[in-house]
Design a protein around this ligand. Structure first.
Ligand SMILES: [Cu+2]
Length: 239
């Protein structure tokens, strides 16, 4: 292999490395090559960028080899540049609901699960609950996300369902009915759905960003209320 394409490749490779370095992606072979550009060899490029299907080794002309190597390395660089975007993408939070997490602590046969995906200005959620078998407690009447740290009760910030006619009015989205014994509810909430229930705690109506910060900080919980336990029968801290 002669020196010309190797040197050209090394300079180009060093330029790519400049772009990649701020991402702090481990790339030991690339660093080694940049520290000593003359040591860079296509075999290194191939070994660290191509799939091991051997296709590169079958290329006949060096020009084509450079082109093909460049394409593969470009794909790799694009993939590396996408990493910060992936890191900023949707966040998933969840909670397991039981009477043991209520304040005051309760013994209830019921249980529940909550999962949500937080995106820009949206919370896509799924709430399931079951086991409300005690005749005194089996009627679910409403469910919410509250603003409160573990072991502390706090105000309502988002409605998940209600049968009490207390749903937030438009422009909030329509609040669905709570099935009384078991349910799988899904929905999407946004800034217009943030109610004023936690105003005295510093989250005013519509302050979606504050709600998301609270959720991410572990300072929000899901609460399912029943006729027998109007302040909540099963609860789960979002995390
Ligand atoms: Cu509630």
């Amino acid at each position: 292999m002669n020196q010309m394409p190797v040197l050209a490749e090394a300079g180009w490779f060093a330029a790519i490395r400049q772009n990649v370095a701020p991402l702090a992606v481990p790339a030991a072979p690339l660093h080694a090559a940049a520290a000593n550009p003359r040591a860079l060899d296509f075999r290194d490029v191939w070994a660290h960028t191509a799939s091991h299907d051997g296709s590169i080794l079958t290329v006949e002309g060096e020009g084509r080899l450079v082109m093909k190597t460049a394409k593969i390395v470009s794909s790799m660089v694009l993939a590396l540049l996408a990493l910060p975007l992936i890191a900023l993408a949707d966040t998933t939070v969840q909670a397991t609901l039981s009477g043991y997490d209520e304040v005051t602590t309760l013994s209830s046969p019921a249980s529940g699960q909550f999962k949500a995906k937080i995106g820009p200005n949206t919370i896509q959620y799924e709430l399931t609950y079951q086991g409300f078998t005690d005749p005194d407690t089996q009627t679910v009447v409403q469910a919410h996300i509250h603003f409160g740290a573990p072991g502390i009760n706090g105000g309502i910030v988002l409605f998940l369902c209600t049968n009490l006619g207390n749903a937030p009015p438009p422009p909030a989205s329509v609040t669905q009915v709570c099935p009384q014994v078991s349910a799988r509810l899904t929905g999407t909430l946004g800034p217009a759905d943030v109610v004023a229930g936690a105003t005295s705690q510093g989250i005013s109506a519509g302050d979606f960003d504050a709600v998301v910060r609270a959720i991410r900080a572990g300072a929000a919980y899901v609460n399912v209320h029943t006729a027998a336990r109007p302040s909540g029968e099963i609860r789960g801290q979002l995390q």
